[in-house]
Design a protein around this ligand. Structure first.
Ligand SMILES: [Zn+2]
Length: 416
């Protein structure tokens, strides 16, 4: 599926400009840089607007996930966020998840704002699927989640309202469930790689989801709220919450290492826990009623945006990996009447070649301020058109200190 993006944006028309200082109460690097860069706006603690640039990064992440989900045969749906109490009562989570769930009463009826959808998916399967022939079921959606966070201090890494992708798979047997579960482990590593994140498959506990073992995807970062213990050779990784005693890797005897990490995804082989409580059954080959095997798989999208910033930045600002950058190119014009025609030609040619351009067309802003903004915003390639460069364009990658003077054709070739 192709998403129609605006290919170019003039900085003068962009809603959400860079600001000099982040609000004093922000301590997290991701929030400071995203606020200063004009990617997000803070409504209250744990609650942010994605401004145009932030939304574009999120959309790029969303599209990577969509492509990889579809490739496993999963189908996209969209489920409601406002849930009646009764459905949460069926599996007993109205009470057990009370701590983190927004619950309220309106006109004598009780509701919750969703932080996950296991019960809703089970209800859908109960209504729409009956025979073993209808399995496996693989459905996913992108939606807002609500969580009553008591310690929302990590910028967009831990919001009270945030975007998530959740996938649910339902199966006729444990064997079939685990086969898809193992496939998704690999798919998740690939998804995070495409975003520029080296995620480690990590053993973890189940929280309010399950008593079974589960897996998290952790990205090593000093700002992480989790702590992991892992084999540096990649044999093993666990959240310290579930494993603390061992000192050496069982496989290769290398001493295990500890590190702070950000959890960017989690997967849960839930089994028949929900189907038994909610009486969600299918008819097997012999005509017997059997409980459905369920697994769920989450990726936090807003959290991924924050994690990418935590991993990819320097003292000047953000350094977006290519595949999730809000635009491909940051085009700067050092204002001069003799180069106006040329900068328009550069912009049009880039657009015709499918290259997404953020064009800093501001007339009263100094070259130095424009360069500082480009470094803060962090688009992978900066192009400068100026009188001094004549019919050449200065080409500089955000991650490098070197710049080169290139002709327009060569620039297009490099960006292709
Ligand atoms: Zn090892």
């Amino acid at each position: 599926m192709e998403i129609c993006y605006t290919f170019r944006m003039r900085y003068s028309k962009l809603f959400g400009k860079t600001i000099k200082d982040a609000p004093k109460d922000e301590v997290a690097v991701n929030a400071k840089l995203l606020l200063r860069g004009g990617f997000i706006d803070k409504l209250m603690t744990g609650s942010y607007t994605l401004l145009h640039l932030g939304r574009r990064v999120e959309q790029k992440i969303e599209q990577i996930i969509r492509e990889e989900m579809n490739a496993t045969g999963a189908g996209e749906i969209l489920m409601p966020l406002l849930h009646p109490k009764e459905i949460w009562n069926e599996a007993g989570r109205w009470d057990t998840a009370r701590e983190i769930m927004y619950q309220f009463e309106k006109d004598g009826k009780e509701y919750a704002l969703s932080f996950t959808h296991e019960e809703i998916v089970m209800d859908l399967i109960r209504k729409h699927v009956a025979s073993y022939k209808d399995f496996p079921v693989k459905i996913y959606h992108f939606s807002t989640k609500f969580r009553d966070e008591k310690r929302a201090k990590s910028g967009i890494l831990r919001g009270r309202e945030f975007l998530m992708k959740d996938l649910y798979s339902a199966h006729v047997s444990e064997e079939d469930m685990m086969k898809y579960y193992d496939e998704i482990k690999k798919v998740y590593i690939k998804i995070f790689k495409r975003m520029g994140l080296d995620a480690l498959l990590t053993q973890a506990g189940g929280g309010v989801f399950t008593k079974n073992f589960t897996h998290e995807f952790q990205v090593i970062a000093d700002s992480g709220e989790d702590e992991i213990i892992y084999c540096p050779k990649g044999d093993f990784c666990a959240n310290v919450e579930v494993k603390t005693e061992e000192e050496k890797c069982k496989l290769c005897q290398t001493p295990l290492k500890k590190a702070k990490a950000i959890e960017v995804g989690n997967i849960f082989p839930l089994g028949t826990y929900y189907s038994e409580k909610m009486k969600v059954n299918f008819t097997d080959k012999d005509g017997k009623r059997q409980p459905v095997w369920l697994a769920s798989y989450g990726i936090g999208l807003t959290r991924a945006v924050g994690a990418i910033v935590e991993v990819h930045h320097d003292e000047k600002g953000i350094i977006w990996p290519k595949e999730v950058a809000p635009y491909d190119v940051h085009l700067i014009h050092i204002e001069d009447p003799t180069t106006e025609k040329f900068v328009k030609e550069v912009n049009d040619t880039l657009e015709k070649n499918g290259i997404e351009v953020l064009w800093d067309d501001r007339e009263t802003v100094s070259a130095g301020a424009k360069f500082a903004d480009a470094d803060l915003i962090g688009i992978p390639v900066r192009l400068v058109v100026s009188k001094r460069n004549a019919d050449k364009i200065e080409f500089k990658e955000r991650k490098s200190d070197k710049s080169e003077l290139l002709g327009l054709e060569e620039v297009i070739k490099r960006l292709g």
